[in-house]
Design a protein around this ligand. Structure first.
Ligand code: UDX
Length: 439
């Protein structure tokens, strides 16, 4: 099929490359010339394992092109909208400027039979409104909403072999228009569907809600275990053992029960806030108010790391802190709403000198926090430190040899913000160790 993908960020770039990998003819379009140049050169504009390989392979077949001109979408019959829906400055609402602009920009290029497919995460009700915009333009094109559940760091795998497909189509699958849209999406995803991937065809509102409720559930699961970490801190219990024990119950499951610094990134924090804001508009303030607690628990973990550091070093003023990890999670260079970066800024505000290292996110962090001192290696970050903080659980930090670190630091103190270190081994090397929710 001939496909255009509007928006080549974390979602769209991967989607474009993977659609070409599935055998389709794809043009990826973005207004950002730097991003398009990077993609044309076969590099991702961000760090994502496996993406450069897929890009290079797809471009070699001639099935994948990139452009800054929306008019290049006109030869395609399916148009994925994969632009960002960030949090609006000064409020919790999702900013729909880019989604609206993408659909408006596509209108002059749409033909009868074309399908516009929304992938961006949007407040419930957006798809129905956009379907009206497309219909009013009179091209005969229609709209489907096909939310994306990819995780950064696993984006290629999650796109090619997702856990499920969700199609939101006009009136559901029973209508002619809905059935046609579902058939087009089936053709696009034929390879993954052939392996038995579940597919749910539903209406627009359900499809939009599947995405936001999945993220709300994941965020709630993390904040639940982080609330238990607070209880563990007050009682001397160990939250990691607690998580292992309750996780053995198949109804609960061990995944997403890692207590620590909490969730960040470009999705979970802004999505739960936008969901609450949409709930307010729908008269459902009480229904979704628990998401305010989920957010608050999450943000308290950042304060807790600062408190633990202060307890270890005494006065933060003038202390030198070696920070390991800046990205919101490992295998990503993304620092959007990164808990690690927030902790760094809180430490700096308290007068500490921070030297930070992340294997991939030094540059993105510096762009976000100008003047941040980054080191070229973990060893450079922890050398001479009064305390070492592990804030993103990269494998290379898990693998650090405590004796080697001990020989380089000024004081043997470590705060494990992700409960990813072998505390006993670090204690054996002479370190005072603090974790989150751990005795
Ligand atoms: C998330 C959803 O998982 C994905 O389905 C959706 O499409 C986009 O949002 P992503 O933001 O890439 O994906 O990261 P994810 O792996 O979900 O982690 C989110 C945050 O939660 C990270 O900051 C991570 O460190 C944190 N987390 C995750 C925990 O603190 N504890 C856990 O047990 C799991």
């Amino acid at each position: 099929m001939r496909i255009s993908v509007i928006g080549c960020g974390y979602l769209g770039a991967v989607h474009a490359a993977c659609m070409a990998e599935l055998g389709h003819d794809v043009v990826g379009i973005d207004v950002d010339e730097r991003k398009i140049a990077e993609l044309q050169a076969g590099r991702g504009p961000f760090f994502e394992p496996g993406l450069p390989e897929v890009l290079t392979r797809a471009q070699a077949t001639g099935r994948l092109r990139f452009s800054t001109d929306l008019a290049d979408a006109r030869d395609a019959t399916v148009h994925f909208v994969a632009v960002g829906t960030p949090q609006t400055k000064g409020s919790f609402n999702a900013d729909l400027t880019y989604v609206n602009a993408a659909v408006d920009g596509l209108l002059p290029h749409l033909k009868s039979g074309d399908l516009v497919v929304g992938k961006s995460t949007v407040p419930v009700g957006t798809a129905a409104r956009l379907a009206g915009v497309i219909e009013a333009a009179g091209s005969g094109a229609t709209l489907a909403w096909n939310p994306e559940f990819l995780r950064e760091g696993f984006a290629v795998k999650d796109t090619l072999t997702p856990d499920r497909f969700v199609y939101g189509v006009s009136g559901g699958e029973q209508t002619d228009e809905g059935a046609k849209a579902a058939a087009i999406l089936d053709e696009i995803y034929a390879k993954a569907l052939a392996t038995g991937t579940p597919r749910i065809v539903t209406d627009y509102a359900t499809a939009e809600l599947v995405k936001v409720s999945a993220n709300a559930f994941l965020a709630t699961k993390i904040s639940f275990i982080n609330a238990m970490a607070e209880v563990a801190e007050a009682t001397g219990a160990d939250v990691t053992q607690l998580a292992d024990a309750i996780g053995h119950d198949a109804r609960i499951g061990r995944k997403f029960l890692n207590a620590g610094l909490g969730f960040g990134g470009g999705c979970l924090p802004k999505d739960i806030r936008a969901f609450r804001a949409r709930g307010d508009e729908l008269g459902l303030t009480d229904t979704l108010s628990f998401l305010g607690e989920v957010d608050a628990i999450n943000l308290r973990r950042r304060e807790r790391v600062v408190t633990l550091t202060r307890e270890l070093v005494g006065d933060l003023q003038g202390a030198t802190i070696g920070v390991l990890g800046l990205a919101f999670k490992p295998n990503s260079d993304d620092v959007r709403d990164s808990p690690a970066l927030d902790v760094v800024q809180k430490l700096q505000a308290a007068g500490a000198t921070v030297v930070a290292f992340d294997p991939e996110a030094n540059e993105t962090a510096q762009r976000s926090v100008p003047g941040l001192t980054t080191a070229a290696s973990a060893a450079e970050a922890y050398s001479g430190a009064d305390a070492v903080l592990v804030l993103t659980e990269w494998q290379e930090f898990r693998d650090l040899d405590p004796a080697t670190v001990a020989a380089a630091v000024n004081h043997k103190r470590v705060v494990d913000g992700r409960n990813c270190l072998d505390a006993a081994a670090w204690r054996a090397a002479g370190f005072e160790v603090r974790g989150l929710g751990r005795p």
